[in-house]
Design a binder for this molecule. Sequence first.
Ligand SMILES: Nc1ncnc2c1ncn2[C@@H]1O[C@H](COP(=O)(O)OP(=O)(O)OP(=O)(O)O)[C@@H](O)[C@H]1O
Ligand SMILES: N[C@@H](CCO)C(=O)O
Length: 319
Amino acid sequence: MAVYTEVDPDDLAALVARYDIGTVLSCKGIAEGVENSNFLLETTGGRFILTLYEKRVQASDLPFFVDLLGHLADQGCPVPAMIRDRNGEAIQQISGRAACIIQFLSGISLTHPTPAQCEAAGAALGAMHRAVASFPGARENSMGHLHWRGVAEATGDLDAVIPGLQAVVDTEFSWLDAHWPADLPAHVIHADLFPDNVLMLGNRVTGLIDFYFAATDYRAYDVAVTHASWTFSGDGAECDRQLARALMQGYAREITLTDAEIAALPLLARGASLRFLLTRAHDWVHTPADALVTRKDPAPFLNRLRRYQAADAASLFAA
Ligand SMILES: Nc1ncnc2c1ncn2[C@@H]1O[C@H](COP(=O)(O)OP(=O)(O)OP(=O)(O)O)[C@@H](O)[C@H]1O
Ligand SMILES: N[C@@H](CCO)C(=O)O
């Protein structure tokens, strides 16, 4: 359960009183997620998400996220609005954290998507990329490839997480440094579109959430992150080609990748695997013992990295 910071009931009542959303009925910690503290907030005015921003979200970035979600909603993407108080403010403070009250979207996060659901997710990612092309904002990718060494160093002894991991990571850093592309199409991307960040009802996408890693980077990197998180077995060893093809076909309905982007996908997916391997390894070591959070296992992303290193990896991206 991702609750790092508790909320005092009186402070919550005072926060909610700033808004036209009625009075508090209940506020319960949400089981999913690892990054922020999330609560399901019910008031006499409806159902909302209360998010308190933790370690990897800088409060100074929040106006960017508010603007981005506003832009995407205006373009018809199913993203949650950040609710504004009577003074027009979306960003608040509670329990010593920056916080927002966010529109609740219906839908379920999938753990075992079908090909039709992967296709819908790919299409939703593509539609989001089309919509974001006209967004004027930009943000450096603080979880982009230039920052992965810092995550590894901050983790400490990688071999204590998975024996032999340090050597694998060092070799991969060298290879990615030598081969990372210089000039693929770039704009603001989601950068973390895992199945738990997509809400669905049946085969319909009802919500794209958790934009707190959104940043300017290669759009094909976003495809690689989504491929890595939607199309593998639970242990990360096997990529399901049917799911992968469906995801790529859904995306291709909205966006035609260039030849250079298609050629770069296996490399970008290696990078994506390394990113999540490292942040999970970091959190494996550093998550506070008293936080109500289920840490995520890094090992399945080491397996994905190995799969994307294989000679036939390009075939996993066929549409
Ligand atoms: N706008 C929303 N509408 C409905 N449910 C939501 C909304 N935002 C968040 N949730 C619920 O809260 C959970 C955690 O939210 P979120 O993914 O933003 O947390 P996180 O800690 O940032 O997660 P992650 O580990 O994916 O980075 C989601 O899986 C979803 O169940
Ligand atoms: N989606 C990520 C958490 C955000 O960094 C993971 O599953 O590791």
